[in-house]
Write a protein that binds this ligand. Structure first.
Ligand SMILES: NC(=O)c1ccc[n+]([C@@H]2O[C@H](COP(=O)([O-])OP(=O)(O)OC[C@H]3O[C@@H](n4cnc5c(N)ncnc54)[C@H](O)[C@@H]3O)[C@@H](O)[C@H]2O)c1
Length: 259
């Protein structure tokens, strides 16, 4: 495998499980010094140890991305240990299932799913990327950032916000040589997806059955797209949101599938 990220310092938030863990492992496999930042420190430490066991470089930090002071502290710690941040993947996210009439944790959803990405972007920008005149930020939105899904209005609102944040920061920070892009995963195997399947198996089976490519995504599908957007191969790509969704966003929502 080519080593596109040899010696690069890569921060992945929410890297203790799912898409973030797979992404961190893939970056480490391509030579990166990989920083796993997660609210769940024990699992992040286990993940980092596993990556080190596979011959990669990795370190875990406890970080609540919704807490700007903690984000700044962790970012400073990363820069003082490794000298820089080359790539930031704003992956951590939460899903809160409730209908709009009883959605009581809207602020929490926006704090984690949207504010956290801004806090980390600003900390990485001010702490390293702007002074270095280069950097790549990849945000992880969702197809719920491109069209509404029922039952999590905070998530849908915040993920639409991430798509806007991507464009706004791409435009503002292009002058510093910083590219900002986004992936929008469709339903992808992870703890988050499994919780949704367990809660509503019939609804989710119908949803997965409508994926044009006929399957759920794997974390690897997302990680490969994230690494591409972070790499020099995407050197002229900035401000885009790439659906990685098996064709779901290409299918008109009013159309039943013809198999
Ligand atoms: N799995 C899917 O079907 C799917 C679809 C679309 C988008 N996404 C997005 O992909 C990203 C990763 O999701 P996943 O499916 O791997 O979920 P996951 O639940 O497996 O992983 C999320 C990780 O984020 C961490 N986290 C949660 N709150 C945090 C906080 N405040 N600070 C730091 N870390 C925190 C969790 O500890 C966990 O390790 C999320 O942004 C999610 O919205 C997932």
């Amino acid at each position: 495998m080519s080593k596109r990220f040899s010696g690069k310092v890569v921060v992945v938030t929410g890297a203790a499980s799912g898409i973030g863990l797979c992404t961190a492992r893939m970056f480490a496999g391509e030579g990166a010094i990989t920083v796993l930042a997660d609210l769940n420190l024990p699992d992040a430490e286990k993940a980092a140890a596993a990556i080190v066991g596979e011959g990669g470089e990795a370190i875990a930090f406890r970080c609540d991305i919704a807490d700007e002071t903690e984000v700044q502290r962790v970012a400073q710690d990363v820069v003082s240990r490794f000298g820089r941040i080359d790539v930031l993947v704003n992956n951590a996210g939460i899903s809160i299932t409730a209908v709009a009439e009883r959605y009581d944790r809207f602020a929490q959803s926006v704090a984690v799913n949207l504010c956290g990405a801004f806090y980390w972007s600003r900390a990485a920008g001010l702490g390293s990327m702007i002074a270095n005149g280069e950097g790549a930020i990849v945000n992880v939105a969702s197809i719920a950032g491109l069209a509404a899904i029922p039952g999590d209005i905070g998530y849908v609102s915040a993920k639409h916000g991430i798509v806007g944040l991507t464009k706004a920061l791409a435009v503002e920070w292009a002058k510093y040589g910083i590219r900002v892009n986004c992936v929008a995963p469709g339903i992808t195997k992870s703890d988050m997806a499994q919780a949704a399947i367990d809660a509503e198996p019939v609804f989710m089976a119908e949803r997965i059955g409508r994926v044009p490519l006929g399957r759920m995504g794997d974390a690897e599908d997302q990680a490969r797209a994230i690494l591409f957007l972070a790499s020099d191969e995407a050197g002229y790509v900035s401000g885009v949101t790439l659906p990685v969704d098996g064709g779901q966003m290409a299918l008109h929502s009013g159309m039943p599938q013809k198999r």
